[in-house]
Design a protein around this ligand. Structure first.
Ligand code: CTP
Ligand code: MG
Length: 233
């Protein structure tokens, strides 16, 4: 087990954002966080990434306690629901930035950036800036940057919103394969049950800040449980 949450809580004032989360996620697996809006998907990802500290509980990665360890000191790639690009840099440099920080060679940077750009259909846009792109192209730039980073933990928060139907379908097939091959722990948040089904892998269902089920997606689909029938599958 690589990413482990032990009795993790996150409360802000009187509000409970995440309650009693216990989870163990393995490298090379795809884990879909599935729940309706406000279920706590983004909150749980922020805890996994180390962007927020748990109020209670522990987070371990490869057996090491990373509770409260700053995200800069860990190997995490996250594409936010409101994804971020650097407007002053070209698309090429946006995608290259994690590799430059890691001091990769110019050849390696060029190869990886072009591979990721090809997968995200961004090749003609590499010399533009994000301000010259459509919403879907901007989102693909953020995904390409996460792809080249080669992080141990990859968190994609509703990553296919803003994309047209055809590209969604393509990326839904390609992204899990690419990240699984990288050996990362791969977490993907969505409100869409059909998306979880198409992705396969494991599903974590969330309801009002609580993990209600965790297991192979097909098992959960076959036995959705009382609480989830209406909301989830
Ligand atoms: N919350 C909050 N203030 C924020 C973000 C979240 O009070 N800036 C609260 C919400 O009101 C909710 C809980 O945190 O009770 C979980 O929110 P979130 O993790 O953002 O839910 P998601 O499942 O990510 O919802 P969505 O699908 O809309 O992104
Ligand atoms: Mg969210």
């Amino acid at each position: 087990m690589t990413l482990t949450l032990e009795n993790v809580w996150r409360t802000v004032g009187d509000e409970v954002h995440i309650a009693e989360a216990n989870l163990s996620l393995e490298r090379g697996t795809l884990n879909t966080l599935l729940g309706p809006t406000l279920a706590g998907k983004t909150s749980l990802m922020r805890l996994m990434a180390g962007l927020d500290k748990p109020t209670k509980g522990r987070i371990l990665f490869d057996g090491q306690d990373v509770t409260g360890v700053r995200v800069q000191d860990r190997s995490v790639a996250m594409v936010y629901q409101q994804f971020i690009n650097y407007p002053a840099l070209t698309v090429y440099e946006n995608i290259a930035s994690p590799l430059r920080i890691a001091r990769a060679s110019a050849d390696e940077i060029d190869r990886k950036v072009r591979e990721a750009a090809a997968m995200m259909k961004l090749e003609p846009m590499l010399d533009r800036t994000p301000l010259e792109l459509s919403g879907g192209q901007q989102q693909r730039t953020a995904l390409a940057r996460a792809l080249v980073k080669g992080a141990d933990l990859v968190l994609l928060d509703e990553p296919l919103a803003n994309l047209d139907y055809k590209l969604r379908e393509e990326l839904r097939e390609e992204l899990p394969r690419v990240f699984a091959e990288s050996g990362a722990v791969f977490v993907y948040a969505t409100t869409e049950p059909t998306e979880a089904l198409l992705l396969g892998g494991n599903t974590v269902t969330l309801h009002e800040g609580r993990v209600t089920q965790f297991g192979p997606t097909l098992d959960i689909y076959r036995n959705p449980g009382d609480l989830l029938t209406a909301d989830v599958f």
